[in-house]
Design a binder for this molecule. Structure first.
Ligand SMILES: Cc1cc2nc3c(=O)[nH]c(=O)nc-3n(C[C@H](O)[C@H](O)[C@H](O)COP(=O)(O)O)c2cc1C
Length: 389
């Protein structure tokens, strides 16, 4: 298929940009679900000539292949440092397509032991002017068994073995499981799914599941990690933290990450802080953000997420860091890498800026490597190098 006739980025621009310019209009969650279902349909029929041509064309548009972006991290080969963050493909229904959009890896989930509907709708809100989103999804997902079926139906194991894709799975606690039984909940899902991921994430930072963040308490987290470590010996393990922790709390978590030999930290999840948008009114409810429940993501989170990541990097350079939160441009991506992120992830920025953000970021990183005379992205990690115009 010729790119003159098919440009996925152009289609996205024409179809979605008018919608994404407004808070109101097409509901944000319906839009995500529609796109995901379409992708899921295609991912199971990749060998149909028309669908295979469309994927080839998308790849041609969006994938940047360059050895300078390759890294080995925790024994995993990453073709580039940019991943799709957790929460977009919760049930992994399009897990084997993300590499076609130029991503070096994707994180599916958050998955919980039990299938659950999440919080009542509406629960995802666009803040278009601020390039941000507020969500209180509450881990809506089809459960660990369904994720297993979805990954198997896409031959994920084969793709991973051939190093064509890299998939992380993000694990959470079911809403109905009391905090005291959280361990069993995580263990159930992990036992089932660890063979199907390149790395695993213990999510203790979503603000939308009651009491989940209490698991960030060093005592509880240590107990949880010890139990998980028994079954996850061969899978690199990350803990995803909230941006609302104090530096003292973060330091305690870093200490235990070190003690318990966890591979790394994903910083950060969405924020309960309103990050200067306290007075902003949500058109859907007429309420100020300070009175709305949910976690804030996107541009307003950029500064805070970067500050936390850099704090951890300065504290302990051995902790592998995945930086996420408000990355929406090549410059923000470069800054996060130079602050200490070996890998970065995007979600909200990708929705607003569209699929071209992936090649734009990767090309931007390559340009900076040239300008600074660096031969591989790993040498920029934690370097503190400035963005050069
Ligand atoms: C609608 C939505 C759903 C999300 N769901 C999850 C989730 O299930 N698990 C998780 O760890 N993070 C989840 N996140 C958080 C993102 O993975 C990411 O940490 C956060 O949005 C900050 O990145 P961003 O500013 O690029 O969006 C979600 C974010 C959004 C906007």
């Amino acid at each position: 298929m010729n790119n003159e006739f098919f440009s996925f980025a152009k289609i996205y621009e024409n179809l979605f940009n008018p919608i994404l310019k407004n808070d109101n209009g097409v509901d944000a969650e319906s839009l995500t679900n529609f796109s995901l279902k379409l992708l899921s349909y295609c991912s199971k029929r990749r060998d149909w000539p028309l669908i295979s041509n469309v994927f080839e064309s998308i790849k041609e548009d969006l994938c940047i292949k360059d050895k300078r972006l390759n890294q080995e991290i925790c024994g995993i080969h990453f073709i580039n440092p940019l991943g799709l963050a957790a929460g977009f493909d919760k049930n992994g229904i399009a897990a084997n397509t993300w590499q076609d959009f130029g991503f070096g890896f994707s994180e599916v989930g958050t998955i919980t032991k039990f299938s659950q509907p999440g919080n009542p709708k509406p629960r995802l809100f666009r803040l278009a002017k601020e390039q941000a989103a507020l969500n209180r999804m509450g881990f809506n997902n089809d459960g660990a068994d369904a994720l297993l079926r979805n990954l198997k139906s896409q031959n994920i194991y084969k793709y991973q073995k051939e190093k064509k894709i890299c998939t992380g799975i993000n694990f959470g606690k079911s809403q109905k499981t009391p905090l005291e039984e959280a361990k069993e909940d995580y263990i159930y899902s992990m036992k089932l799914l660890l063979p199907y991921c390149n790395y695993a994430v213990i999510n203790v930072s979503s603000p939308n599941t009651k009491d989940l963040r209490k698991l960030q308490d060093p005592g509880l987290l240590r107990e949880l990690i010890r139990e998980i470590k028994v079954i996850s010996k061969f899978t690199p393990l990350f803990v995803k933290i909230a941006p609302d922790l104090s530096f003292k709390e973060i330091d305690e978590i870093c200490q235990l990450i070190n003690d318990e030999k966890v591979d790394g930290i994903i910083a950060t999840n969405t924020s309960l802080d309103r990050l200067g948008l306290e007075e902003r009114v949500l058109p859907e409810s007429g309420l100020k953000l300070s009175d709305e429940r949910g976690g804030l993501s996107g541009k307003p989170l950029q500064f805070k997420a970067n500050k936390i990541l850099n704090h951890i990097h300065k504290l302990d350079k051995d902790i592998v860091l995945i930086g996420v939160g408000g990355i929406d441009s090549p410059k923000a991506a470069w800054e996060r890498i130079c602050s200490g992120a070996s890998l970065i992830q995007i979600y909200t920025g990708w929705i607003y800026k569209g699929p071209n953000l992936v090649p734009d970021i990767l090309q931007g990183i390559l340009n900076q490597l040239d300008l600074h005379g660096i031969t591989n992205v790993r040498d920029a990690v934690g370097s503190g190098l400035e963005w050069k115009e």
